[in-house]
Each structure stands twice: as structure tokens, then as C-alpha cells.
Write a protein that binds this ligand. Structure first.
Ligand SMILES: [Zn+2]
Length: 464
């Protein structure tokens, strides 16, 4: 008789890869899925959790987060088991995982600007090659370009994408160059700059905020541009608020995204305009409080923004819900989702709503439970080349997210067979870094558990 470490009893198991959609028991041994059947003997398990009435999904993989210190707990609470951080440098990621980890699997790409903080809008080939190598040697799976916030020239942008492809590392792009911006024109340019190179285009919804056309028209144009591009991976999120920075230099917000938000709200794109937007409650300041990140505005928000010398995270209610629903649900003529995944762009930004809002799309009839599992887990696993995740096949990693269909909230987050969150209480600690062979010595040296990925299996390189 098999001795299970854990049995999840009586939940509706949804696993699109293995065509499962029925009431089943899930048995876990040594961090792997060992057996799934109608009836597992509870006497054969050291731990049993009754999940009757609940939905058992393959563990949620969030392909766009900014985890910071508190994002670990916030993500585990939101049902996330694996996440890709989009921009932080290695030492910050490793320190936060050690001190604030909640048991998640974390991969990360590093913003290329971390290596050249003073650079204007171009980098030499040598600088690009060096930054890409350095990022990977410190454990990142690749590079992030944050063109929408602080753009490079199209030439430098294309060279960064090319160099990442040459070195076989991951490359993610918040679109925008000196010729475009964080909008639909930036998205169209990004697909063209990639050419036949692999590229992950971040948060597609954020380029459909009505800056060039009606948001719904923008979403439809974006889908047309992305459709059939096997070298491109993409995600979009479902929160109303965005995430950007408040830093002002010479009385002007440094981030192009922040300037766009002010324009959309009818405010001057200046220090004074931003000050008024915070006082009015249109711009919200992100603060750490009670072990989580919260949003404040008005006089209180203004106080924290000024105390931080304006260099603090901000969020604006700028995402268009109609465009977001279109991007979350649209399929091509082969029946594949055009935007691969639903992400959050959250973590430490309080908008980890993908499970809750995804379930609402199911209730609305816009997605089936199986389709939601594709968007939250199976497609993200393919984006990152994680063959043992994204499904619940025998021998797969026992990464599981259990959701209450009545409240739409996550009930359990399970990473490698260990419960890291139960009913809103985060109990996980530490975590595992997903790195590459190049980054292995550094992560090993930092004494942090890790797994080595084969990036040739990622969607952008396998063209799967
Ligand atoms: Zn982001």
C-alpha cells in the first residue's frame, strides 16, 4: 500500500493537460503527485485535507510579479505557487526570499538599467553583452527592458532582445522606445523589433488604456498583432489599478507611465500635477502596513510621497475592464489563447486578483474552469518551460491551488507537496529559486534551494 504524505479528499480536480474535470482524491508522496483516483484510503495518509465542494487546480504560476519583501506572503495568500519577478536585482530577490519567503518557487529577470543606472537611451553592444551575462551569472533567468518607464532607442532595444536570444536567456519587455511609448504603438513596434527572436511581452492590457484609440479597438488590434506569433509569449492582468513610480526630477515625473496616467486623468504631467492627483485620490501611494502593502491617498498619501523624496510606488485606476476581459479570453482560429496567461503584475503591489477575478469570468461564462487552469497554470508553465508544473499528472510537482467556488478565493496553496497557505493563513517559509546553469553556482553559494531550468523549453525558444 502506498503511504501518502498528503491526500486532498473529494475536490473537483481540473487538469486540462490530462483531461481531468471530476470529483477525485489527490495523493502526494515526497512532493510529487503520486495517485489521483475516485477514492484513496485516508488511513494510508499522514495528512488529509477535506476539499469537498472546492476546486483543485494545478498550482497557479504568475508570470509577472514584483515580489519585494511582502509579495511572498501576498502571493501565497492569492493562491500563487510559482512566480516570475520582473525587474528586481539578484541580491534583493535572494535576501527577501531568505527573510520573507513563503515557500514559493521564484524565477526572476533583472532590469538591464540596474547595471547602468545613469545610462540615457542607448547602450553599446559590449555593455549589453556584459549586462546579460552578469544578470544570468547572479541567478536571473534573463533580462527585463522597462521601455515604457524609461525608454531606450529602438536600436538599443532590438540589440538587447537579440543578445538575450544569442545567450539563450529569457527576455521580457515592457514596451516602449524613444520613438513610441507605453501604448499600442509601442506594442506593435515591440513585435516588429523582435522579428524572429523570442520575446515575452509584459502586461498587454496596459497598452490598451485608450491612449491611441478606444480601449476595445486597441485590444482587438493588439490581438491581431500577437496572433500566430510563436516566438512571442505574453500575459495580461485583471486589476483596475496599475503600478508605477512617483519619482520626480526637475519637477517632472521620470516614468513615462506615470506621465501617461496624469494625462489620462486630465492632470498636468508635472510635480504639481502629481501632487494634486494624490490629494484627489486619483494617484494612490503604496505603503507597507500590517505585513502587507496597502494604498493610501489624500493628505496621508502626499505625506509619504514627500517623505520618500517622491521615490515611492504609485497606482492609478487606469486599466480598462472591457479591454482586459477581451485580452483574457480571446482565442485564435486554432482555439489557442492569443495572450498566453493571466498574470497580476502584482506580488508586492496589492492587486493579486487573478484567481478571484478569473473565477468571476468562469461564473460569467467567459471561461470554463479548464480554460481558467490553462490561463493560470498550464500556459504559464509552457512559457517558462516547466514540464513538471502546470498539470497534475503522476510524477508532476505537487504544486496545487485549491479554490472555494462560492467566495472565488483561494483556500489552499501547496508547493512541492507542502501546504504554504490555508484559508488565508500563510504558513510557508523560504522558497526555491528557479535559475539556469549559468546562475547555479551563485544561488548554491547563497545557500538557497534551487532548481535548474532549461530555457530552450520556454515558449519563446521552443516555439511551442
Ligand atoms: Zn511589472
Amino acid at each position: 500500500m502506498v503511504l501518502f504524505d498528503l491526500i486532498l479528499k473529494g475536490g473537483r480536480v481540473i487538469d486540462p493537460k490530462n483531461n481531468l474535470n471530476s470529483i477525485l482524491d489527490v495523493g502526494v508522496v515526497k512532493g510529487k503527485i503520486a495517485e489521483i483516483s475516485d477514492e484513496l484510503d485516508v488511513r494510508s495518509a499522514s495528512k488529509v485535507v477535506d476539499v469537498s465542494g472546492k476546486i483543485v487546480f494545478p498550482g497557479v504560476i504568475d508570470t509577472h510579479v514584483h515580489i519585494g519583501r511582502l509579495g511572498h506572503r501576498m502571493l501565497a495568500k492569492a493562491g500563487v505557487v510559482t512566480a516570475l519577478d520582473m525587474a528586481a536585482p539578484s541580491d534583493e530577490i535572494l535576501l527577501n526570499l531568505k527573510n520573507h519567503g513563503a515557500g514559493l518557487n521564484i524565477a526572476f529577470v533583472t532590469n538591464i538599467r540596474h547595471f547602468y543606472p545613469k545610462a540615457e537611451s542607448s547602450l553599446t553592444d559590449e555593455e549589453i553583452e556584459k549586462a546579460v551575462s552578469m544578470a544570468c551569472e547572479k541567478g536571473a533567468i534573463g533580462i527585463k527592458i522597462t521601455g515604457g518607464h524609461r525608454p531606450f532607442t529602438p536600436k538599443t532595444t532590438a540589440r538587447i532582445i537579440e543578445e538575450c536570444n544569442r545567450q539563450g536567456c529569457y527576455i521580457a519587455f515592457h514596451v516602449g522606445t524613444t520613438e513610441t511609448g507605453s501604448d499600442l504603438n509601442g506594442l506593435i513596434e515591440a513585435v516588429d523589433l523582435a522579428g524572429s527572436n523570442g520575446l515575452h511581452i509584459a502586461h498587454v492590457n496596459s497598452y490598451c488604456r485608450g491612449l491611441t484609440d478606444d480601449p476595445v479597438e486597441e485590444a482587438l488590434t493588439a490581438l491581431k498583432k500577437l496572433s500566430g506569433k510563436r516566438n512571442i509569449a505574453s500575459e495580461s492582468y485583471l486589476a483596475r489599478i496599475n503600478g508605477t513610480g512617483g519619482l520626480c526630477v526637475n519637477n517632472i515625473p521620470v516614468s513615462g507611465v506615470t506621465r501617461n496616467c496624469l494625462k489620462m486623468g486630465g492632470y498636468p504631467q508635472t510635480f504639481d500635477g502629481l501632487k494634486k492627483a494624490i490629494l484627489d485620490g486619483y494617484a494612490k501611494v503604496r505603503l507597507e502596513a500590517g505585513g502587507e502593502v496597502i494604498l493610501v491617498s489624500g493628505e496621508e498619501g502626499l505625506k509619504y510621497w514627500l517623505e520618500a523624496g517622491t521615490n515611492i510606488g504609485l497606482s492609478f485606476p487606469v486599466n480598462d475592464p472591457e479591454a482586459q476581459i477581451i485580452l483574457a479570453t480571446a482565442k485564435d482560429s486554432d482555439g489557442n489563447f492569443i495572450v498566453d496567461a493571466i498574470s497580476t503584475d502584482g506580488g508586492g503591489i496589492p492587486r493579486n486578483v487573478q484567481v478571484e477575478k478569473g473565477m468571476l469570468l468562469v461564473k460569467f461564462g467567459a471561461l470554463s474552469l479548464s480554460e481558467l487552469a490553462v490561463k493560470l497554470s498550464l500556459n504559464p508553465s509552457r512559457m517558462l518551460g516547466l514540464e513538471d508544473k502546470g498539470h497534475l499528472g503522476i510524477g508532476a510537482d505537487a504544486d496545487i491551488t485549491v479554490v472555494d467556488p462560492v467566495t472565488c478565493k483561494p483556500f489552499l496553496s501547496i508547493a512541492r507537496g507542502e501546504i504554504i497557505m490555508i484559508n488565508g493563513i500563510v504558513v510557508g517559509r523560504g522558497g526555491v529559486i528557479l535559475t539556469t546553469e549559468k546562475g547555479e553556482p551563485y544561488i548554491k553559494g547563497a545557500n538557497i534551494p534551487y532548481e535548474v531550468l532549461d530555457l530552450s523549453k520556454t515558449k519563446i525558444y521552443s516555439r511551442g
